[in-house]
Write a new protein. Structure first.
Lengths: 122, 360
């Protein structure tokens, strides 16, 4: 097994380097093989031929932000539940009871967001 | 069943003892070998998937699909990749150059590391953390950053809308993925991918996990489809409204990376579903049927894993060519008002079954 002779963290770094190498290598190859020409029209924003009006890096709808915040809340909860999930079998009823408090508060959070209308797309 | 650790042990032994390399050199050589292997498998799978999707799409639409380049058009995606390499990388005036160049790196990086976590066969896994499946979820969420950066740095209204939609969608559905994985982690009692697979020696989790495992599987497949920005959830790149969504401004090989990563993510999603629900590389074992189990053991573990993953990808591709695209409010309410409450309820059900041993 590779993972017995090399540390997994080393292999994770290897995978990351491989990913970067793939992009770098392919871009280098593309740079060698592809033609290059300059044209003023080519450098413009591609918005179906109509000239761009105004700034594109603009302010954006706040609805997306709301969902990101909700996600943050539930994701942290998910991370918190993972270690508990691995030992739930040996913890038995006591473990169930202690996590139930946390879980109920969390579900209340979802209910609150729902009642407040945070889940509606307006 | 053939254990691939024999092979890797032999290579390690060869480098260290027969060739007499010092340990650091042997490790470096092994890392390079692993990297090359990853690169090859990554590229070949991506090319295969492009061909696979095009052929399936054609079949669903009563067409032939690519059939000119190579037998059954098998070399079509090689030709496409070559074409992409010789296309010009257009330099744009209005983009944020650094972020624009950085985005493909992030997208590929996320899928490459997640790819390396998958257990391919008996003794054939690369990264073997004790928190393997958790690490996989964590790493694959880097991809969202790449897509958001791509959309923002392109400085184009289409890409910005595409990126924002993609951000909201991937972030929301990640929750469902996390919770359904959590359900199965509670059932397996471990996060190590190898141990999860070995726990399914007698019966795959989808059979032994009662109703919660089936619900988790269905939710995982829906969320996985959304996570890869495919199928009915392709609003980030809805071609009829946003030209090409977040990668509108990318050209040539730059675009190719997003294309590659999309197909590899499809494989990773179906690979994880295979690993959690369909027994990973475990052959189909039925308790009591000794002869049947022995015959199944003759099929190599790699074939089992890739076969199951490709079968699940077929389902995801089937979604894409069957359902019309959702609207963003439908997409968000599906996640937050249906999948998330069902998922939470399902988790409670699973935990009750585990703790009080309700078998039905």
């Amino acid at each position: 097994m590779i993972s017995l002779t090399i540390l997994s963290s080393t292999l994770a770094i290897t995978a990351a380097v491989t990913g970067i190498a793939l992009v770098g290598l392919a871009l280098w190859l593309a740079g060698l093989m592809s033609p290059r020409s300059y044209n003023v029209q080519k450098g413009e924003a591609y918005e179906c031929g109509i000239p761009t009006r105004g700034e594109s890096m603009a302010q954006f709808k706040v609805g997306y932000y709301l969902f990101a915040i909700l996600f943050l809340m539930f994701d942290v909860e998910c991370v918190f539940l993972f270690p508990w999930a691995t030992i739930v079998r040996s913890l038995g009823g006591a473990g169930l009871l202690s996590i139930a408090v946390f879980f109920v508060i969390l579900v209340l959070g979802l209910v609150y967001a729902w009642r407040k209308g945070a889940l509606e797309w307006k | 069943m053939f254990d691939f650790s024999l092979l890797t042990d032999w290579i390690d032994n060869l480098l260290e003892n027969t060739l007499g390399m010092p340990e650091w050199l042997a490790t470096t050589v092994e890392c390079v070998l692993v990297g090359l292997l990853l690169l090859t498998v990554y590229a070949v799978l991506a090319l295969f998937y492009i061909w696979y999707e095009r052929k399936l799409c054609a079949a669903f639409q009563c067409r032939l699909g690519p059939d000119r380049v190579g037998r059954w058009g098998l070399l079509q995606s090689f030709a496409d990749m070559f074409k992409m390499l010789i296309k010009e990388l257009i330099s744009l005036n209005h983009v944020d150059k650094f972020l624009f160049a950085l985005a493909p790196y992030l997208v590929i990086l996320a899928s490459m590391i997640a790819f390396a976590v998958l257990p391919w066969g008996n003794g054939l896994q690369i990264i073997n953390f004790n928190i393997g499946i958790f690490f996989l979820i964590a790493v694959s969420s880097i991809g969202v950053l790449g897509i958001l950066l791509a959309g923002w740095s392109s400085n184009n209204k289409f890409t910005l809308i595409g990126a924002m939609r993609s951000g909201a969608q991937m972030v929301s559905y990640e929750l469902s993925i996390g919770l359904s994985v959590l359900t199965m982690v509670a059932f397996a009692g471990t996060m190590n991918v190898v141990e999860i697979v070995e726990a399914q020696n007698n019966l795959w989790f989808i059979f032994s996990g009662h109703i919660p495992a089936i619900i988790a599987f269905i939710i995982y497949m829906i969320a996985g489809t959304a996570e890869t920005n495919r199928g009915p959830f392709d609003l980030p790149e809805a071609e009829s409204e946003l030209t090409a969504g977040y990668h509108t401004e990318y050209s040539g090989m730059h675009f190719g990376f997003f294309y590659l990563a999309e197909y590899l993510n499809l494989f990773i999603v179906s690979g994880v579903a295979t690993l959690l629900f369909l027994g990973g590389w475990m052959p189909l074992h039925i308790p009591g049927w000794e002869g049947f189990n022995d015959i199944m053991n003759y099929i190599p573990s790699v074939v089992w894993f890739i076969g199951k993953a490709i079968l699940l990808s077929f389902v995801i591709i089937w979604f894409k060519w069957t359902f019309p695209r959702l609207r963003i409010d439908q997409m968000l309410s599906l996640e937050w008002k249906y999948l998330l409450p069902i998922n939470l309820f399902n988790l409670v059900l699973m935990v009750l079954i585990i703790v009080y041993n309700f078998h039905f």
